[in-house]
Design a protein. Sequence first.
Length: 163
Amino acid sequence: MTRWLAAVVVAAALLAGGHAAAWAALRDEALVLRAALMLGAAEACLTLAAEHAGNRRQFGKPLVAYQAIRHQLARHKLGLEGIRGAIARATTSPDPLPRQAAFLAAATHAPLIAEGAIQVFGGMGFTWEVPLHRYLRRIRALEAQGEAYRLREAVADAFIEAA
């Protein structure tokens, strides 16, 4: 969890040759890959939280018996499926807007899912024995690499123009 998964090297000829369209396409493809990595990390967090809630007993009942925990896990599952659907749409569309929207869906929901999983674990979620904080760090790093703040404005403008 603390090492790089992959490195992408862009040839200098691509940048120096004036291939702006190829560079933009590569950048959009990287957004989908970042979204997929965030999806995987969020899914791992949700799986760990659901297992913990099913096994941990509090006041004589499993944590999952409490309605608030069940509803929180259900909301996070919906967010996870939203990311998955956005990525599926982005991979079948030649348009760059769905790719950007998939990344934004992941950048919006994945940190919330990871933070919610940490909350289900309580104080134990911040320890080194439970890898949730590492997943959250990875999600935040991917969010920053994709410049989510800049993309939110660009996608919003594109949706307003299309309407």
